[in-house]
Design a protein around this ligand. Structure first.
Ligand SMILES: [Zn+2]
Length: 266
């Protein structure tokens, strides 16, 4: 069943894929364990391609010192059970960002091709740049654009007007990641992703993407470069649609306020 689902998505041997998933929904449809899903993904992609999953830990430095400290080998992923199981599976290496690390299996995981940019883990020359260079795909199984990590890449590259504005001041978060090896300055601090739903709606209305369905599981299989090209336009043209409505979201309000002080009204 899981193999049929993966065939349905169009992924094949040699592809480089970034996978987002809602394991609960996957289980309802396939009745497979995380181990089975991961092994089948590897079987389909083969070491000629690569599988990437976010295994973020958000170990930002906090003013009051209450932040967690990232340990590449031991810090558990906070982006879902399946991603944690993937991280611990054979042949997977994790990048070194204390805040937004990725678990990588396959060809991108070797030698020169391995990319790690802890200062800008979702920005220029990050793992997401490698995904584009490899003509990769983004697979979103059972989840929508609220899980669309690539949206932060688009914010940074377009760039959105809040690229350099931290949304987390009110949480006492500072622009650094903390790991057992020390601190890393951060170029950007990714914020709220709720606004990415408007990008999803825009792409659907334009028919640039389509929501697929397999046995009751809805999913997207996206060409990363297509979404990148669409995104650069959308994120630079319609930033007002990517920030939450006033008074509904503290991180977005925080950004809006700082932009206003700088003379930008959204
Ligand atoms: Zn928001």
């Amino acid at each position: 069943m899981i193999k049929k689902l993966l065939n349905h998505t169009g992924i094949r041997k040699g592809d480089v894929i970034l996978v987002h998933s809602a394991y609960r929904k996957l289980r309802e449809v396939t009745n497979f364990s995380p181990g089975d899903i991961i092994e089948t993904l590897k079987e389909v992609i083969t070491p000629e391609g690569s599988i990437i999953m976010p295994v973020f830990t958000y170990c930002f430095r906090k003013k009051n010192g209450t932040n967690e400290v990232f340990d590449t080998s031991n810090s558990k992923s906070k982006t879902g059970y399946l991603t944690e199981m993937f991280r611990l599976s054979d042949g997977v290496t994790r990048t070194n960002s204390p805040t937004h690390s990725f678990a990588i299996w396959g060809k991108l995981n070797s030698g020169k091709q391995f990319v790690d940019n802890p200062e800008s883990p979702l920005g220029r020359e990050s793992v997401l740049t490698s995904l584009l260079r490899a003509n990769g795909k983004i697979l979103m199984l059972g989840c929508g654009f609220e899980s669309f990590t690539f949206g932060h890449y688009l914010e940074n590259l377009a760039p959105a007007p809040w690229k350099d504005i931290s949304p987390w001041d009110y949480m006492g978060v500072e622009p650094a990641g903390v790991s057992v090896d020390g601190e890393t300055k951060l170029k950007e601090l990714p914020g709220c992703s709720r606004g990415f739903l408007s990008f999803e709606k825009y792409l659907l209305e334009k028919r640039s993407i389509s929501k697929k369905n397999f046995a009751g599981l809805s999913y997207y299989s996206l060409d990363a470069n297509d979404v990148y090209n669409e995104g650069l336009i959308y994120f630079s043209k319609f930033p007002d649609k990517l920030i939450c409505a006033k008074g509904s979201c503290q991180p977005c309000d925080s950004r809006r306020q700082k932009l206003k002080e700088a003379g930008v009204i959204l």
